[in-house]
Ligand binder design. Structure first.
Ligand SMILES: NC(=O)c1ccc[n+]([C@@H]2O[C@H](COP(=O)([O-])OP(=O)(O)OC[C@H]3O[C@@H](n4cnc5c(N)ncnc54)[C@H](OP(=O)(O)O)[C@@H]3O)[C@@H](O)[C@H]2O)c1
Length: 327
């Protein structure tokens, strides 16, 4: 699979990465551990070299599964493990941001233990914490880098101004941000800033939480512990509009002989400045389908038709901000 440099760092990652949020079960209506592990094995077999996880995904569960799977497959040195810090939660699973140095130093050792590793390749601040000075978080991460506990420093959900404020010494490897055919906010400032400053972009949610696989219909409902039950894109008229757009995109994907899911992932990784698309998968079939995005190209003359299909269906783009944890 095609590998790309992550920003100015020494790390290279596959253009399709495996996301493990769903494997934690939390906010996705549960998950099956055996199936999750098989998805990790399959990803490695397919040549995927980037696995993204976080402590908050199932409150340690996704990291634990990644650690187990990589140990069982003896594959730790074949993949770039990306994890995160800077969120905390209480006994009722209420999340808040905390990127204080104290929190970061606590989290790293817990994550390393769960991941069964002595180093995390890419360590990302999960959400900007505006109550902690960025300098404090960056200093903590630089200390971890010096101590050999992490290889590269990344952020996630940072806008252009926040990247500029954080990256005072040019060490920032990447920013992980929402990006899909349906979620385009980063195109205004974040993506151009990252391109200009050679900061890698890890696009998350390229399938728009499954919507861009074309498997949903207006009859589809989600359990209350599935985040899609609270996602405005999956409600009422907005849902109908997105389903209509999916039909238009399906037709375009068919013209070039691919399915809409891999078409959507391909579109994300073809956008200038995007390093890799992080695709969530709860089983091997799902990651196998997404991985196909690495093996074809969308013809240049189809790009305008994609925009037209979106314009004709969606009256008002909805940002994924509903997922943001409180400050
Ligand atoms: N930094 C952040 O704040 C942040 C936020 C979100 C995500 N992320 C990262 O990005 C990764 C990907 O994002 P995401 O998981 O939210 O969204 P996504 O990749 O757009 O969607 C993944 C979901 O779509 C469904 N799906 C995937 N492939 C499928 C296929 N071939 N056929 C049918 N359904 C399929 C599965 O859910 P069902 O089977 O339940 O339908 C899967 O869990 C995450 O795992 C995480 O690593 C980071």
């Amino acid at each position: 699979m095609e590998q790309r440099h992550l920003g100015k760092s020494d790390i290279s990652v596959s253009v399709v990465g495996l996301g493990t949020w769903v494997m934690g079960g939390w906010m996705w209506g549960g998950a099956e551990d055996e199936s999750s592990k098989k998805a990790i094995f399959k990803a490695i077999d397919l040549g995927i070299t980037l696995i993204d996880t976080a402590p908050v995904y199932g409150f340690g569960h996704a990291e634990t599964l990644v650690g187990q799977a990589l140990a069982e497959a003896k594959a730790r040195n074949r993949v770039v493990v990306a994890s995160k810090c800077g969120l905390e939660w209480d006994e009722n699973e209420r999340i808040r941001r905390n990127s204080s140095s104290k929190r970061i130093f606590e989290e790293i050792d817990q994550s390393l233990r769960r991941l069964r590793s002595d180093c995390i390749d890419l360590y990302q601040i999960h959400w900007p914490d505006l109550s902690t000075p960025f300098e404090e978080s960056l200093d903590a991460l630089l200390k971890l880098k010096k101590a050999g506990k992490i290889r590269e420093i990344g952020v996630s959900n940072f806008d252009a101004g926040q990247m500029e404020a954080f990256d005072r010494d040019g060490t920032l490897a990447s920013n992980q941000v929402p990006y899909s055919l349906f979620e385009r906010e980063i195109e205004a400032e974040t993506l151009p800033y990252a391109r200009e400053h050679k900061i890698g972009i890890l696009a998350y949610g390229p399938l728009c939480r499954g919507l861009l696989t074309g498997k949903f219909s207006q009859e589809t409902t989600f359990p209350s512990d599935d985040l899609r039950s609270a996602d405005p894109k999956f409600q009422g008229n907005a849902f109908l509009e997105h389903l209509k757009a999916v039909e238009g995109l399906k037709g375009l994907a068919k013209e070039i002989g691919v399915d809409i899911g891999s078409f959507a992932v391909r579109w994300a990784i073809e956008q200038c400045g995007v390093t890799s698309a992080l695709c969530g998968a709860r089983n091997p079939k799902q990651i196998e389908a997404s991985s196909k995005a690495a093996s074809f190209k969308i013809p240049g003359d189809m790009l305008g038709r994609i925009e037209e299909a979106l314009r004709l269906s969606i009256s008002k783009p909805i940002s994924p901000a509903f997922m943001a944890p409180p400050l």
